[in-house]
Design a protein around this ligand. Sequence first.
Ligand code: PEP
Ligand code: MN
Length: 346
Amino acid sequence: MMIIMRTDASPEQIQGVIERVEMNGLRVHLSTGAERTVIGAIGDGRPVAQDQFLHLPGVDRVVPISRPYKLASREFIPENSVIDIGQGIKVGSEQLLLIAGPCSVESRGQLLETARAVHEAGANALRGGAYKPRTSPYSFQGMGEAGLEILAEAREITGMPIVSEVMTPELVPLVAQYVDVLQVGARNMQNYALLHAVGESQMPVLLKRGLMATVDELLMAAEYILSHGNRKVMLCERGIRTFESSTRNTTDINAIPVLKSQTHLPVILDPSHSTGYWNYVTPIARAAVAAGVDGLIIEVHPHPEQAFSDGGQSLKPERYAELVCQVKAIARAIGRDVDAECTPDG
Ligand code: PEP
Ligand code: MN
């Protein structure tokens, strides 16, 4: 439930309510808005008498949260969450977050070349997998810590924050030392031990939707992270499995406005994995911006034909630069923007 305090509630009154919530064995999640404080009180489903909070000093009203996810819901936090991902970059506001880079870090030369190129094109964060979840155990599994070191070097050079996947709870402390955003991959969306660990880390998290997960299941996965007090969660639509086989996955474009209405968390689209073919990436990126995403994560490789993973869906840097300017035009048409220089009107 949400205990909504009066606009003139004093800090002592807020503290009094918090103590009563805790006496009932419920967890407190504070939301301090510009106007008033809302105290989220979340239990494990056992009944708690809500009336007891109604008459405490400073309480305006008590409202149940109707959704199964609580902290992720717009009912609990009506305003968009703006998340600081480091290096001065924020996501969830007017400016779109443009994350780009290779599927995998393959070598120092490949990563630094890509990082410079995408930065020049207008990307404001760098992606690159050092630990790769591959369908086949015989495929390239990533460079591990050596890959993370190269990513950190690319941040030094370009100033872009780094997004990279972590696959196991044990690796969270190590990956967190090098990167700015921990990516939880689609195959791990319901790995609860991992969600727990990234929640505890208090690092920004990019949570990708599972291949077979519903929007509600994605939000419940986000709730695991949020329930550890980590509010820095971004959701990523990356395509779902359908009967359609002409693309690798099917971009659930509906999920963008659906998520934006159900949650305050930023929503990112990954058109590289959601389509699986480089020539569909730009049209779907444009569609996603029109549909209201807060950012795009896109695979870019200087020589896609030589890529160790996902070459067929990777854009060459010059094509990525075109994408950035096209999505900028669309962003501007809907009152948003992209921080990139584009001619003639950028
Ligand atoms: C990736 O980003 O390279 C990746 C493996 O993504 P997903 O988890 O969405 O398949
Ligand atoms: Mn990939």
